[in-house]
Design a protein around this ligand. Structure first.
Ligand SMILES: C[S@@+](CC[C@H](N)C(=O)[O-])C[C@H]1O[C@@H](n2cnc3c(N)ncnc32)[C@H](O)[C@@H]1O
Length: 207
């Protein structure tokens, strides 16, 4: 009961705050400014990407968690373009095959329960030549103490942060889904604890 209260009434506010860390907002800008037209964003969260879509006509804001989406509503109302909320999960996207030019994920791939089927769905609904744009925290790529800690603490992190895995190799998962990386940049985000600081900003194309 206390856990349910935490998930519904506390965690969404914590998420909304942490995800506004200035270094993360800078990376949102870098990822999203070039994107135009019709866009699907998976794991829309509290709508923090909205100010950075400068050339978008329609945004499909896929967010399964109503308690989190609730905090996005004022931002959605202020958006200067059409935003359609879709309450669904990335593992089963309610879109036709080869129907979208752009799909966005910002710190969502860590939280999806079944990552492989979700990436297969992203591949399915992208048009040929369409792009998956992502920025995510990732597993450290060497067998260092920090990587061991990421593996050790992931079960706890999943409980306190709504299913978030600290130890996903996102680059490998994207490649395994047959998406071809056209941009791939690793960085350590300022203001984030070391265990979740390693990040990947990437674009991957469906050939
Ligand atoms: C760490 S938050 C990131 C939120 C937002 N993308 C941002 O950049 O602030 C992860 C988000 O993924 C959503 N999520 C979790 N499982 C999901 C799934 N299976 N499909 C789509 N979104 C999911 C959560 O509800 C949450 O909004």
């Amino acid at each position: 009961m206390i856990y349910k209260f935490y998930q519904q009434h506390i965690f969404p506010h914590l998420l909304n705050q942490v995800m506004q860390t200035p270094s993360l907002m800078d990376k949102r800008r870098e990822l999203l400014l070039p994107i135009s037209g019709e866009v699907l964003e998976i794991g829309f969260g509290t709508g923090l990407n909205l100010p950075f879509y400068q050339q978008v006509d329609t945004l499909y804001a896929l967010e399964p968690n109503p308690d989190i989406y609730h905090l996005a509503v004022p931002r959605v109302h202020a958006a200067p373009f059409e935003v359609q909320h879709i309450q669904a999960s990335a593992e089963k996207l309610p879109f036709a095959d080869s129907s979208l030019d752009h799909i966005v994920s910002t710190w969502t791939l860590c939280s999806i329960a079944k990552l492989e089927p979700a990436l297969d769905e992203i591949y399915r609904v992208l048009k040929s030549g369409g792009t998956f744009h992502l920025v995510e925290h990732v597993l450290h790529n060497e067998s260092t103490p920090i990587q061991r800690l990421q593996n050790l603490l992931t079960p706890i992190q999943k409980r306190v942060a709504d299913g978030c895995h600290l130890n996903r190799n996102i680059q490998r998962a994207v490649k395994d889904a047959e998406l071809e990386l056209s941009e791939c940049q690793y960085f350590d985000a300022a203001g984030i604890p070391r265990i979740g600081q390693r990040m990947l900003l990437a674009r991957a194309v469906k050939r």
